[in-house]
Design a protein around this ligand. Structure first.
Ligand code: NAD
Length: 372
């Protein structure tokens, strides 16, 4: 058969998404000083999105009070419901509808101020608004600071599936105010810590030793220690994303603990355990698997378990949050549905040691051996 094939090339990504400028800010979060809502000399209209919990924080008062019925000069503020149940297509459409009604164009700017849910939703809405408008993010949870805000993964949940609709669309600017973390409830703080600990194991020995030796300061949210952890996590993730934006290689290692962790979240029932606590348990299982496969020494596994315990994370093969029969098999069953699997085998990130990681397809019998 005669074939006539040709190729056309495109610029790599949307204009305005080729780089992210990252700024760390100290002291009480002050959105007014950064964005000055209603300013006559602003280069474009700004569409701010946050959630009800963040909007009601004391440190947000000066900012939210500027808006009357969601409007301040040319700028708008939309307040969505808080948390994962609101990470829906409907929320994305509500952002787009409100921006259209307020006459926003693709030259204007969307700004997400909140946790991972608001960052993902706002960036996704921006990425499809009139085929793409710029977005900036102000992460307010520890998890969003150390993970969700960096790297351009956007999206929302669909039906019972997490993050099933989305795009790669990095924020043009990111503002990190570690002090937002002081307002977080304990479980949300602890959830973000787990992602930072994962980053330490993968990429940053110095941060690993902070987790190992300075639990008291970390658990007390010592501002200086937190600033170091956030700064190091952001830089480590930024470096990985810069090398592998679309997750063809090294970026996949950021899923350490996640295949086990997602399975636990699902078997326990969504919302029964925080994402971070499930990931922390998953890190323990991945290290147990590493020991079982003789990739790491027992002393390494014990050290990791000891660190996990310092932050109240589960190290048991079957954690207390799940009960009933055949739990190992039920967890394995969910792990088989992980969207990162490439064959019928489960693909796992395994830690052989500090900054020593492999990605492997693992036999069911090996996985089950660390789930009992
Ligand atoms: P979240 O956004 O739901 O925030 C958790 C809760 O904390 C919410 O109720 C929120 O209102 C509240 N909150 C936010 N900031 C606060 C503050 N400073 N003080 C008090 N309360 C505050 O959840 P999250 O844990 O931040 O993020 C989880 C989401 O992030 C998930 O949907 C996940 O899929 C996504 N995520 C995305 C990426 C990515 O690369 N895009 C990476 C990891 C996680």
């Amino acid at each position: 058969m005669k074939k006539d094939t040709f190729q056309i090339s495109y610029p790599s990504i949307h204009a305005g998404t080729e780089k992210s400028e990252i700024t760390f800010l100290a002291g009480k979060p002050d959105l007014v000083s950064v964005y000055n809502p209603g300013a006559q000399d602003a280069p474009c209209k700004r569409f701010f999105v946050t959630d009800a919990t963040v909007a009601s924080l004391e440190c947000m008062k000066d900012f939210t009070e500027k808006f009357d019925d969601g409007v301040c000069g040319n700028d708008c503020l939309l307040i969505l419901g808080s948390g994962e149940p609101f990470k829906t297509v409907e929320s994305v459409l509500s952002i787009i509808t409100a921006a259209l009604e307020a006459g926003f164009s693709r030259k204007d700017l969307f700004v997400g101020i909140g946790g991972g849910v608001i960052c993902d939703l706002t960036a996704f809405a921006a990425s499809v608004f009139k085929r793409g408008a710029a977005v900036e993010l102000v992460p307010t949870t520890l998890l969003a600071m150390v993970d969700a805000s960096i790297g351009g993964k956007t999206g929302c949940d669909y039906q019972t599936y997490k993050n099933m609709i989305g795009s790669f669309f990095p924020a043009r600017r990111l503002y990190y105010w570690p002090e937002f973390v002081q307002y977080l409830p304990e479980n949300q703080y602890n959830s973000g810590l787990a992602e930072a600990f994962k980053t330490a194991l993968l990429f940053d020995k110095e941060m690993y030793y902070i987790f190992k030796n300075e639990a008291e300061k970390i658990n007390a949210r010592d501002p200086e220690t937190l600033q170091t952890i956030i700064n190091k996590s952001v830089r480590a993730k930024a470096a990985v994303v810069e090398k592998d934006f679309t997750e063809q290689g090294i970026r996949a290692t950021l899923n350490l603990g996640h295949t086990f962790g997602h399975a636990l979240e699902s078997v326990a029932g969504l919302g029964k355990i925080t994402h971070g606590a499930a990931v922390a348990w998953g890190i323990g299982r991945a290290v147990a698997l590493s020991f079982k496969k003789e990739y790491c020494r027992e002393a390494f596994m014990t050290e990791i378990f000891d660190i996990l315990k310092l932050y109240g994370w589960e190290t048991a093969a079957i954690p207390g949050v799940v009960y009933g029969g055949g739990i190992g098999e039920r967890l394995l069953n969910v792990m088989h549905k992980d969207k990162k699997n490439l064959t019928e085998k489960v693909r796992l990130i395994i830690q052989k040691g500090l900054q020593d990681t492999v990605i492997e397809e693992v036999a069911d019998s090996d996985i089950l051996s660390v789930l009992k």
